[in-house]
Design a protein around this ligand. Structure first.
Ligand code: SF4
Ligand code: SF4
Length: 450
């Protein structure tokens, strides 16, 4: 079937199960259901150690441009801008060559070279760096006429129009593994299998992070499967600074804050959202918990403005090792549970005069995090077939997907196994290997290879 109109494009993307590959898993078709003037392909990949986006750009630059054109068509955008770090010359040149081969400049496509800082990939900062527009407090890129989509998602958009559904993805595997690299594996490959594919562990007593070291989450069950949103896994010694900080409970954070927060302001000085002009002052919020204030004052409700980027914790407060980020996460949870909505929605404010000066370079972040020994360029490596996958059908934002298969069903790659109800926000999931359904739990479908 010829897919041509914006509705047909969105329908194909939805059916292929494309969701944000770089973060929260927002369904891509829904994002493209908007009228904007600019689509940004986000290839900034600012989390230290990760090489996934850089790899897929170099492998498939023309698909990326095709996906970007499709996204522009769906949204009516006249400009498509690929945002990548200028530091990665090979990535920049792959894009420039593809733009020229595809004669894409005439379609409004260009490249924007970002500085090599963290968190350049936070879409609020990406939009400002690329377009000079400031997203309002509590807003989204759409508020300033922009859609931001991860580069791998856009490649999957191009593939969706060709009839290919999302069944695999590239993942950086690094840290304490023998063969660090970027491996393309079926969705649902277990963390244990992925470690084995990367040659096994180099040392014992390690913890696993799904994502980057700044924003990733510790995974304790390594028999679970990787998600459509898993951009990387990082294995680090259990006593590593990053793991110790990620493992701290809120109770520990509060106790330590009461004893140790010296109100030095460094967390506020380096908070990227504060630098963008949003009224978010982590040091003041730390003062709030110090005095056990429980009323939802602005210093508490500003939790809605926090991106959870971790700058305040892992970079600004590395000496005291306190965590305004965790305090904000907890406050946000409590506010949502109480039915309190975000009251912060200012717009038209000025960006701080210190915005440029206080950008923290990736090499500095790596040093602060104690990751120097793992920081090296990574390249695609051969993967292996896997014998079992456990596909998480809750990896997206939106209505839960209904499971459409039963134990014993025989599946081919690409067969539909779960889908959200029609009409709302949701997505679809497909079998990522040839095999038989061997287990179904509340959140995953297990398929064992024949
Ligand atoms: S949380 Fe840390 S960085 Fe922030 S004011 Fe307190 S001591 Fe300073
Ligand atoms: S995690 Fe910290 S630095 Fe990042 S936005 Fe939230 S308060 Fe600011």
């Amino acid at each position: 079937m010829l897919i041509n109109t914006p509705d047909e494009i969105r329908g194909a993307i939805k059916a292929a199960g494309v969701i944000g590959a770089g973060g929260a898993g927002f369904p891509t078709y829904f994002k493209l259901n908007a009228k904007v003037d600019t689509v940004i392909a986000n290839g900034s990949e600012c989390e230290p150690l990760l090489y996934t986006d850089k790899t897929v750009i170099k492998q498939m630059p023309r698909e990326l441009i095709r996906g970007l054109k499709i996204a522009m068509k769906a949204t009516g955008a006249q400009k498509g801008i690929i945002a990548v770090k200028g530091h990665y010359k090979d990535v920049v040149s792959a894009i420039k060559n593809a733009i020229s081969q595809e004669n894409a400049e005439k379609d409004g496509i260009s490249i924007h070279e970002l500085e090599n800082y963290y968190p350049a990939g936070d879409e609020f900062l990406t939009v400002y760096d690329v377009t000079g527009r400031v997203i309002p407090e509590g807003g989204i890129p759409l508020n300033v006429g922009v859609v931001v989509s991860n580069v791998l998602s856009l490649i999957q958009v191009a593939q969706a129009i060709d009839g290919k559904v999302v069944t695999e993805r590239a993942i950086t595997v690094t840290g304490e593994v023998i063969n660090p690299g970027v491996y393309t594996v079926p969705i649902g490959t277990t963390y244990n299998s992925l470690i084995e594919i990367a040659g096994g562990l180099k040392s014992k007593d390690v913890a696993l992070i799904d994502g980057g070291p700044m924003m990733g989450k510790i995974v304790s069950d390594w028999e679970r499967g990787v998600n459509k949103t898993t951009s990387g896994i990082i294995l680090l010694p259990k006593d590593h600074f990053v793991i110790r900080m990620a493992s701290k409970s809120l109770a520990q954070v509060v106790k330590q804050s009461k004893a140790a927060c010296c109100q030095c302001f460094r967390c506020t000085d380096l908070c990227p959202r504060n630098l963008l002009g949003h009224q978010l002052y982590p040091h003041k919020t730390m003062q709030t918990i110090d005095y056990d204030l429980v009323e939802p004052t602005a210093n508490i409700t500003s939790a809605f403005l926090c991106s959870q980027c971790g700058m305040c914790e892992l970079v600004a407060c590395d000496f005291m090792q306190l965590s305004p980020r965790k305090v904000y996460a907890e406050y946000r949870k409590l506010l949502v549970a109480k039915g309190i909505k975000n009251p912060h929605n200012r717009s038209g404010f000025d960006v701080s005069s210190q915005y440029e000066n206080r950008k923290v370079s990736i090499p500095t972040v790596i040093k602060k995090l104690g990751l120097t020994e793992y920081a090296r360029p990574l390249y695609p490596k051969d993967s292996k077939a896997v014998s079992i996958v456990r596909i998480n059908v809750k990896a997206h934002i939106g209505a839960p997907a209904t499971i459409l298969v039963s134990v014993g069903d025989i599946l081919n790659i690409g067969d539909l196994i779960a889908s959200s109800p029609e009409g709302g926000l949701g997505t679809a999931y497909h079998s990522s290997i040839i095999g038989r359904v061997t287990a179904i739990t509340v959140d995953y479908i297990e398929i064992t290879a024949n």
